[in-house]
Each structure stands twice: as C-alpha cells, then as structure tokens.
Design a protein around this ligand. Structure first.
Ligand code: BES
Ligand code: MN
Ligand code: ZN
Length: 500
C-alpha cells in the first residue's frame, strides 16, 4: 500500500472515496464541515436524521453527495475527539479501513488528521493514520490459496499548508511507513509456523535484509562458533532439537564509527514445547510465537534502516527450538554459561533466559550505550499485566524512564516492575551458581533477576512481551509489538529531529 500526505482540494478531487470524521453529539470534523458546505448541508441533514451517532466504530457510506467529484463519502465515528488516545485513534482508522475494504475500494482520500485532540498533534495523527492503515491492511495470506482484497493507494489530507507544518506531516508519513513495514515484517515472521520459521529460516531472512540495505551487515554464528565462545547455556536448550541453532548478529551503521551502539536482543525460540518439562496440550501451537522477541528486533531493524537513523544499532538474535528428545537437557542438569557462571536447569521450560543470558554476555563486546532484550519470557507476565503493556525491568532507572516515555509517546506502552535484590534469593541453587527458576511467586521478576546476573556491566533493560506479542482466539496472530516502541526509543536517541 502506498500512503502519502498532501493538501487536497476536496471539491475537485476525483477519488472513489473521501473519509471524514464525525465526533460524539454528531459534530463534524473540519474536513467534514468543508464537504458539508460544498454539498449544501447534505451531510448535516443525514446526521440530523440519525443515521450515524459519531460513536467510535459507527460509520456510514454516502453515495452521490452533491457538489463533489468523489464517488463516495465515508463518515467515521470518532467519539469524544478532544479526549482521543492512541488506541482510540487507531481503532477509528481501522474501522475506516475495514469499511473501505468491505466495499472493495482500492483508492481513497482520508481526512482524519484534523481532530482537536489534547493528546495527539495533527501531525501525530498523520503518523498514526499511516501506522494503523498498514496494520489494518495486513493479511497473512502467504500460505492460503485465497487472498483477500486490500487498499492499494491512500492519500492523507493535511489542511495546514504552512511549510513547517507540511514538513512535519511528511516526516510523520515517513515514520508511519517505516514502522508499518517493520511491524508487518515482524508479524509475518511471528505468524509463520515452526516447521517453516526455524532458526535457519530466521538467519536467512536476516541475511536477505542485509542485501536490501547498504548500512546493514549481518553475521550468522553456527553451532561450532557458539561452542568455541562457550555458550553452554544457549546450546543446552537446542540439544534436544533436530534443527540447528543460529546466532544472528545484525549491525546497522548509521552513526559515526566511534559511536557506541544501541543493542537489541530478541528471544528467538522458534517453537517452545517446554522440552522434557513438556507443556500441556492446550494452545501449544501458540508457542510458535515464542520467537516474537526476535521478530520484534528484526522488524525494528527494518524500521531503523528505512529511516536511516544517524546512530549505530545492533540486533542480536539467539535462535533455537526447544524440544524433548533423548539428547535433550533434563531437570537437574547443570550447564556453564558464556559468562562462566553455572546454572542448574530445574525446569527445561524456562529456556528463554538460558539463551538470552549468553546473548547478553556476547553483547558486552560491542561496549553498548544500552542493551534492551525483548522476550516472550513468562506466562506470569500475562497474568500480571494482560495484553496491554509489555513488562519492563531495568538495572538503570534512567533507561527505564526513557523506554516508558517512548511507549507513552507512540502508544505502544510498557509498565515497570521492580527488580529488587530481595527477589534474587529465589534463584538459589544447592548445586550451581543459580537455578533457572525462582518458584511460583513473581515469575516475571525472578526471570529478570536471572538475566540481571549477566548484565552487571551493562546499561540494560528487559521487555517481557508475553502478553502483547500475539492475540489468541479468533483474532489469533502476531501483533508486531514492540516494533513501534523500540523504533520510538531509538528515534528519541537522535535528538528532536524525529518528533512529530
Ligand atoms: N515461552 C514461555 C512463556 C510464555 C508462556 C509466554 C505462555 C506466553 C504464554 C516460556 O519459555 C516459559 O515456558 N516460561 C515458563 C517459566 C516457568 C517454567 C518458570 C512459564 O512462564 O510458565
Ligand atoms: Mn518455555
Ligand atoms: Zn519460551
């Protein structure tokens, strides 16, 4: 889908459809008012008859509106527009997109970036329109015979013709397109099944991106390389699988050579059966999504490359499959991590931390400004926070604050949990330096405590995305989160130039 922004002449534009907003109490948005004037009060008459209330998710298509060259006008309910939030704005755009594709409309002019919100600037509304359109238009039809129709070309109307305002709106579309592409790439990777999306497949995809972007260099480490580095913890997870592990390093150089990089680490368990501590059958298929951390950091690398950010960013993806087998790790096994610390594997289903710890140790060699790991790490995080924010834990409050702020700004939010020393005791082992599980209480925190033992030298944060990375049930599928959050965080590290 091609999305651009312009100041459109609504009277003369010959589009199959113009989309405008109607707020609660049947109040017309600025663009809707303009159309209504051109149409001699036609739209306000329809509203007075009560066909549309203006509530979110309410919409109405009008044909042959007098005074216009466009074939249709789509009225979309915007609720109480002054109180509009990211999530509400995105659902407005989503319902517009759904209406358009139901009517098989391929081409439209959308005028929804004129809401008088206290929270979202008009150019932010352009950015979110762009992001939401890419989301709504996403189809995972690679593996289906039937492909459903989708939009091909959208022009976003932006009324403010002043050079500075239009420049911001153009930047907003560019950011929206970059995040849209990164996020949808991430969704594709997440949605692919475990028999296709193996560690080898992820490595191949990363190498493909490398060909597409001049500033990106990808290196793949194989099992032998990992053995040489002493990644005994990571390798203990893949031992029970017939599919080989891969360690993917994607280096983006947009900054000066000497600039220390930001490092993103993504959990890439392409299927998590639990291993010998095998999971129960219910929804086990969803453990193909256990590589959504990897998908999130790989998708973010796409966004970063599309935006040509003037910083250095490295994505590290330890990727394995966790399976039960004669060669698999057993409860009670003790492994030695790359850091030299030993780990008693009391539960082979707590495998994410076992691969992440070696990746975190590996990341030290880049002398990073900050390291953020992203992982579908604990079911406990789903219980604690549900599907709205990612869990955030960090050994540096300043870094945590930056991530929280980035989440609020872009609408892809995180919520902090405590990483207090008191919880560390739960990881005591009688036989090794630590156990890989900390008991029933505070599962998300003890998982982060485990990781914290490998990040003492790092400015580090951990995002537990177990609740936000995919939907179950009828809407089953990957969400592509936290690509917006990570991209926002990285844009904010480039000064003010990416703020809309
Ligand atoms: N990938 C899972 C976490 C998970 C489970 C995410 C369900 C989303 C939904 C992880 O590897 C895991 O199995 N964690 C265990 C840890 C436990 C054994 C300490 C869990 O959360 O049950
Ligand atoms: Mn597991
Ligand atoms: Zn897992």
């Amino acid at each position: 889908m091609e999305i651009s922004v312009k100041t459109i002449n609504l009277e003369t534009v010959k589009s199959p459809c113009i989309v405008v907003g109607v707020s609660d109490k049947r109040k017309l948005s600025d663009s809707a008012k303009q159309l209504d004037e051109l149409a001699n009060g036609f739209i306000s008459k329809v509203l007075r008859r009560g066909d549309i209330s203006g509530a979110i998710d309410d919409s109405l298509i009008l044909h042959n509106v007098p005074g216009l060259k466009a074939e249709r006008v789509l009225l979309v309910g915007c609720g109480q527009s002054s109180e509009i939030t990211h999530a509400k704005f995105q659902s407005i755009v989503t319902s517009a997109s759904t209406m358009l594709s139901k009517a098989s409309i391929k081409n439209a002019v959308i005028c929804l970036a004129d809401l008088d919100s206290k929270i979202l600037s008009n150019s932010m509304q352009i950015r979110l329109s762009t992001e939401a359109l890419h989301q709504a238009d996403y189809r995972f039809s690679e593996l289906k015979k039937e492909k459903s129709p989708s939009l091909t070309k959208v022009t976003l109307h932006f009324a403010d013709k002043k050079t500075a305002a239009m420049k911001k709106a153009k930047l907003a579309v560019q950011i929206g397109n970059a995040i849209g592409l990164g996020r949808n790439t991430s969704r594709d990777l997440g949605n692919l099944p475990g028999n296709i999306c193996t560690p080898t497949y992820l490595a191949r995809q990363a190498s493909n991106y490398d060909k597409r972007y001049a500033r990106l260099k990808t290196t793949i480490l194989n099992q032998k390389d990992m053995e040489k580095l002493g990644m005994g913890s990571l390798l203990s997870v893949s031992k029970g699988s017939r599919t080989p592990p891969k360690f993917i390093v994607m280096q983006y150089s947009g900054g000066k050579k000497a600039d220390r990089p930001y490092v993103l680490v993504g959990k890439g368990v392409t299927f998590d059966s639990g291993g010998i501590s095998i999971k129960s059958g219910a929804a086990m298929d969803e453990m193909k999504f256990d590589m959504c951390g990897a998908a999130g950091v790989m998708g973010t690398m796409i966004s970063v490359n599309e935006l040509n950010l003037p910083i250095n960013v490295i994505a590290i993806v330890p990727s394995v499959e966790n399976m039960p087998d004669g060669a698999a790790s057993k409860p009670g096994d003790i492994v030695t991590s790359m850091s030299g610390q030993t780990i008693e594997v009391l539960n082979t289903d707590a495998e994410g931390r076992l691969i992440l710890c070696d990746a975190l140790t590996y990341s030290e060699k880049f002398k990073p400004k900050a390291v953020i790991d992203v992982a579908t790490l604990t079911g406990a995080c789903v219980v604690a926070l549900g599907a709205h924010p990612a869990g955030l834990l960090s050994n540096q409050q300043k870094l945590a604050d930056q991530i929280l702020a980035a989440g609020t700004e872009c609408g892809d939010r995180a919520w902090q949990m405590p990483l207090w020393d008191e919880y560390q005791d739960q990881l005591k082992s009688n036989f090794a330096d630590m156990a890989n599980i900390g008991g029933r209480e505070a599962g998300t925190i003890t998982a982060a405590c485990f990781l914290s033992r490998f990040t003492k030298k790092l400015n580090w944060a951990h995002l537990d995305i177990a609740g936000v990375a995919w939907f179950g049930g009828a809407k089953k599928g990957s969400t592509g989160r936290p690509v917006p959050l990570l991209t926002q965080y990285l844009m904010e590290r480039c000064g003010k130039q990416y703020s809309v």
